[in-house]
Design a protein around this ligand. Structure first.
Ligand SMILES: [Zn+2]
Length: 335
């Protein structure tokens, strides 16, 4: 046990030595930094890596020339708030501290230690449209700040989420950053488990919604200069449920499509769903703050080499925060 703790502390200390990656520029062609006018993050709650096993013709056509990784890593614990929180702030659960309960309880405003990527984009683009459409509304209450002018829509079911997005685009809106959360796959996972036909069928249904969103972008002439991301927060166990560290729960899909994405790219080993934050900021030309521990994965964009993961705002702060979450969390991380 003590040896394990020492090993963890040694690893953390070594990671202090790494530096925050510099922004690279392309050798042949356009730099990815700021090359995109719009970033669309399509979140599929509970889908884990199982998009690979489902029938997903729309996902396949959207990412035909993009990068698809089915073994990106979810945040521990493999729970919604922990993971959507990491993706939207670029820091770990240990730092942001969100739980499913806290999102409904505490409204998040811009006076915060770890701002969301919406707040960071807002700082750089005061006039930009920003939007978040969620089936699971606590994300719009407890993660994305409520006082920075983000158009937040909580339509309910996933079909209504899709309809709301298309209505939003058809009304002439062109958000620089759109976040979407589909929730029905998670429900099927809880009820039937990750090996069930019901679960895979629900992924197929949400694939249809993703296709509709993509077609709405196309019909409104917004596919050019768009970076499209599909990502899952966590997966499910065979019996249904999540929160643990099994492969079914902790391996997640991360897919990226855009004009500077290497076709068929295989992102770096160790890529996390948290890295969505860094990818989105990079594409929009917003420099990521030093406290963020998300990275733009190597072998994703044609002009960005693999970079070591930054240590964020420090090992000591990390350990203090870790201890505040209690011995059980520490034990679960090192055991
Ligand atoms: Zn979830």
């Amino acid at each position: 046990m003590i040896k394990k703790v020492l090993a963890v502390l040694t690893a953390l200390t070594v990671s202090v030595l790494v530096t925050i990656p510099a922004f690279a520029s392309g050798e042949d062609g356009e730099s990815s930094f700021g090359a995109y006018s719009r970033v669309i993050i399509l979140g599929v709650d509970g889908a884990g890596s199982f998009i690979e096993q489902a029938d997903t013709p729309n996902f396949d056509r959207i990412f035909e020339n993009g990068a698809v990784k089915y073994n990106a890593r979810a945040e521990f614990k493999t729970v919604s708030a922990q993971n959507w929180g990491a993706m939207l702030t670029g820091v770990s659960y240990i730092n942001h501290g969100f739980t499913n309960g806290s999102l409904s309880k505490y409204e998040r405003t811009s006076d915060t230690e770890y701002p969301s990527i919406f707040a960071l984009v807002r700082d750089k683009m005061p006039e930009a449209k920003l939007a978040s459409v969620c089936n699971w509304s606590p994300i719009n209450h407890g993660i994305i700040e409520t006082d920075i002018g983000v158009d937040k829509i909580n339509p309910g079911d996933d079909d209504k989420v899709t309809e709301a997005i298309c209505d939003y685009y058809n009304a002439g809106n062109d958000p620089a950053l759109l976040f979407v959360q589909f929730d029905s796959v998670d429900g099927a996972g809880h009820s039937h488990g990750n090996s069930s036909s019901e679960y895979l069928d629900q992924i197929n249904i949400v694939d249809g919604y993703i296709g509709q969103v993509y077609d709405c972008l196309d019909e409104n002439g917004l596919l050019d200069d768009a970076l499209i991301i599909v990502v899952a927060d966590h997966g499910h166990t065979k019996a249904g449920g999540h929160g643990g560290i099994t492969r079914g729960e902790s391996l997640v899909t991360l897919a990226v499509s855009g004009k500077t994405v290497i076709p068929g790219a295989d992102m770096s080993r160790g890529t996390k769903n948290r890295d969505v934050a860094a990818i989105a900021l990079y594409a929009l030309g917003v420099e990521q703050p030093a406290h963020m521990t998300a990275v733009v994965p190597g072998n994703l964009f044609c002009d960005v080499p693999a970079s070591p993961r930054p240590v964020g705002d420090g090992v000591l702060k990390f350990i203090v925060k870790l201890l505040t979450y209690g011995f059980n969390t520490l034990y679960a991380l090192i055991d």
